[in-house]
Design a protein around this ligand. Sequence first.
Ligand code: COA
Length: 161
Amino acid sequence: MKTAVYPGSFDPITNGHMDILTRSCGLFDKVYILVSDNPDKRCFFSTEERVSLISDAASHLKNAEIAVLKGLLADFVSKANAQAIVRGLRAVSDFEYEFQMALANRELNPKAETVFLSANSSHTFLSSSLVRQIASLGGNIAPFVPDSILSKVMEKFGQSS
Ligand code: COA
């Protein structure tokens, strides 16, 4: 069985993440969506909220399973018996950081192969912080997040749908 891990902060999950996740689910038998619970990166949505949003957005992906990452990604990959870490590349600017992480993860776990999927061209500008900024200023985030979580995300910013 080919298993992959798709890690991230998902603060919140966006259509860009969903694109990478959906395509990963087509490539692997099982995909763990791994929600980072990193005290160094303060998230706007709590871990529970981020998990709940992903669970709503990805409920149709039957081979996807949500998990929370508390330690090292390389260790989770070992414990999950996964063969691959999936990361999305939006632009060349993502490359240096992603390449460094891929090399570090392979050093920590030689079996952890990082697979890069190129983002859909319509999502190359998209990030969670962009969504948060637009929402906090009262803008329309409907084009950027899955329909199934739109009202929950807007609610967090005090907007009604
Ligand atoms: N579509 C939309 N946005 C995307 C995207 C895509 N396809 N791919 C990345 N992004 C955005 C995210 O929205 C996020 O935006 P933001 O900074 O505006 O919130 C940004 O790119 C980076 O996001 P993310 O993918 O969540 O990465 P991260 O750097 O926050 O977290 C981990 C990366 C969780 C994989 C990493 O921190 C990790 O492995 N942590 C565990 C500890 C560990 O093992 N450390 C050693 C690693 S070598």
